[in-house]
Unconditional design. Structure first.
Length: 225
């Protein structure tokens, strides 16, 4: 799971902006020769300096590849309602990482926050990376309990930046955005729960008073019907 609010926003939002840039055409974006190898190399590159070859003959760091996509997406922030916010967070993350490495983004990016915490604990107790205590902390990072989960505790203390507060999260559990298919589906289930015969992401079927099945297709997640 990804706990960092900004990290999650950029991960999902930047993908949408890049897709918009690609669809628009006119962008000569670099492509990795061997993406799987690049992922393995970069996932172990805490200094953010490892380079991987691209199809244009240039070997780039992960941040340099990100910057290419960032610049290509600059004129396509209108593809998302919060596209400008996504783009600005993305730009800031890249610039901070370039200037200060993983430590500079540990307040917003999960893997950097996790490494910073484990490294601090390891040094404090004299553990090695192979110590079972480190492995236990690694697992504890992912716990959802607000008191035991390490990521949850960082969120609660403000060391991992938030975009919404707990009250907003709790409200969103039961109150989907108005006008969306989630809101419409929830209303149908609440009003006619005993007569709903099928309910999934894009279709709710309700048995009417006449005994017939009435289907409510909702193919667009942002439109009620």
């Amino acid at each position: 799971a990804t706990f960092g609010h900004i990290c999650t926003l950029v991960k999902v939002g930047a993908s949408a902006l890049v897709q918009a840039a690609i669809v628009s055409g006119g962008h000569d974006l670099p492509r990795l020769i061997d993406p799987l190898t690049a992922i393995r190399v970069w996932s172990r590159d805490l200094r953010l300096t490892a380079r991987q070859p691209c199809t244009d003959g240039v070997a780039r760091t992960a941040l340099e590849v990100q910057r290419c996509y960032l610049l290509a997406s600059r004129d396509h922030t209108g593809a998302l309602e919060d596209g400008a916010e996504v783009w600005e967070h993305w730009r800031t993350l890249i610039e901070d990482a370039e200037a200060g490495g993983a430590e500079a983004i540990a307040d917003r990016v999960d893997w950097a926050a996790k490494h910073q915490l484990l490294e601090a604990m390891r040094r404090r107790h004299g553990w090695t990376w192979d110590s079972p205590q480190v492995a236990a902390l690694d697992l504890q990072w992912h716990e959802l309990d607000a008191h035991r989960g390490l990521a949850m505790r960082l969120l609660g203390s403000g060391r991992l930046a938030r975009l919404v507060n707990e009250a907003e999260v709790e409200a969103a559990r039961d109150t989907p955005p108005p006008g969306t298919r989630a809101a419409h589906r929830g209303a149908l289930v609440a009003e006619a729960s005993e007569r709903v015969v099928q309910a999934d992401w894009s279709l709710v079927s309700v048995r009417g008073a006449d005994g017939r099945i009435h289907r409510h297709p909702m193919p667009d997640p942002w439109q009620a019907a």
